[in-house]
Design a protein. Structure first.
Length: 371
């Protein structure tokens, strides 16, 4: 994997995530009790032996920087190469709003791309949870002689209006793409991950910059669909796309299924996270915890059912937490009852409170709120 360089797009904030992305972008949304979404793609690349990774950011990324730091927890804190945070370089005049598309993001860091020392580049979004062998994708890319390899799934994981889909011909080449269609097409879903040579990438960046094309799919791939050898790699594992509050709640609920946890957290390809030194969780004499994921550092004196608790959560005596996701430092007061609720970090629920949402409409409470 010494010939492969990683680029992770980490600037997107899905508007339908509402309170969850008010203080962060989607990549740094907490997930699975002790992780952030960015952990999965960073770990995928590190597990494949990729040692140089660029993280493209734009706005609202302080939380992401606090989490990844120097990249030490992913073995990416290096004197040469390692993890690099990439704010916009050549398009600094675009100060408001996120990039319009991934090609505009690549144009914004074109000076960095020119200095890449590897011959090939793997590009991916950092805001979805999956455990993918990038090494297998790269092997197929080299064996097939593709110009570009697109990682796809026969299972549809996202909302059509937020996704793109690939169509292949009899030879297995990509012959067309459906980008953000209004209805779900009968075609594999693109997982927004590509392997491409550095030379071709720089050519695409230069051409799209000259013609003000900001979308990688619409501006770079589709116009060259007949001239470039673009082939799919089909991934059959679990994919946690998080595009709305409802998605976040449902993907979190998926983690309570053993088969999903086994797929995402395969010991052979571990998902690394920022190191913490929390004490073991305390369970009081009258506490009860059933079918839940509870991180270290919690204090449980009430009842927890089918929920995910992050470090430092306190459930006081008499409180009932059911089908909830409680992020770091949440306190649920005595005799309160929560159902289908998502709390951001530092939320304090007072005593004798009742909050009930629904699986399709969970209640999301913003960071440091008091209820």
């Amino acid at each position: 994997m010494n010939d492969l360089h990683g680029i992770i797009f980490a600037y997107r904030s899905h508007r339908n995530l509402a309170e969850l992305t008010r203080h962060r972008n989607t990549c740094s949304v907490p997930f699975a009790g002790r992780h952030r979404l960015i952990d999965f793609m960073l770990s995928n690349m590190v597990n494949a032996g990729v040692t140089d990774i660029g993280l493209i950011v734009h706005e609202n990324y302080q939380s992401l920087l606090d989490h990844v730091g120097s990249g030490k927890d992913w073995d990416l804190s290096r004197k040469h190469g390692g993890l690099r945070i990439l704010p916009p370089f050549s398009t600094a005049e675009r100060k408001q709003g996120e990039y319009r598309g991934t090609m505009e993001a690549l144009i914004g860091v074109s000076s960095y791309l020119k200095k890449i020392r590897q011959e090939y580049v793997v590009m991916a979004w950092g805001d979805m949870a999956l455990n993918l062998s990038i090494e297998d994708v790269f092997r197929q890319h080299l064996a097939s002689g593709s110009d570009i390899t697109v990682v796809c799934s026969h299972t549809h994981w996202g909302v059509p209006q937020e996704c793109q889909y690939v169509h292949t011909d009899a030879s297995g080449r990509v012959c067309d793409m459906s980008v953000r269609p209004t209805t779900e097409p009968d075609a594999p879903e693109c997982l927004d991950m590509f392997i491409i040579s550095k030379q071709i990438l720089l050519e695409l960046v230069e051409d799209c910059a000259a013609h003000d094309q900001y979308s990688f799919s619409l501006g770079a791939l589709l116009p060259r669909i007949n001239t470039l050898n673009i082939r799919p790699y089909f991934y059959s594992g679990y994919v946690g796309r998080v595009q709305s509050v409802k998605d976040y709640f449902q993907r979190s609920a998926d983690l309570l299924r053993p088969e999903v946890r086994q797929d995402l957290f395969d010991p052979a390809s571990p998902v690394r996270a920022k190191d913490r030194s929390d004490p073991s969780t305390y369970y009081g004499p009258s506490s009860r915890a059933v079918s839940s994921l509870i991180a270290d550092g919690c204090v449980i004196e009430g009842e927890v059912r089918e929920s995910i608790l992050f470090p430092g959560v306190v459930v006081e005596k008499g409180a009932i937490v059911s089908n909830c996701v409680l992020m770091q430092g949440t306190v649920v007061g005595r005799d309160s009852e929560l159902s289908h609720v998502i709390t951001d970090k530092g939320v304090h629920i007072g005593q004798h409170r009742t909050l009930h949402g629904h699986a399709n409409y969970p209640v999301a409470i913003t960071k440091n709120a008091e209820v």
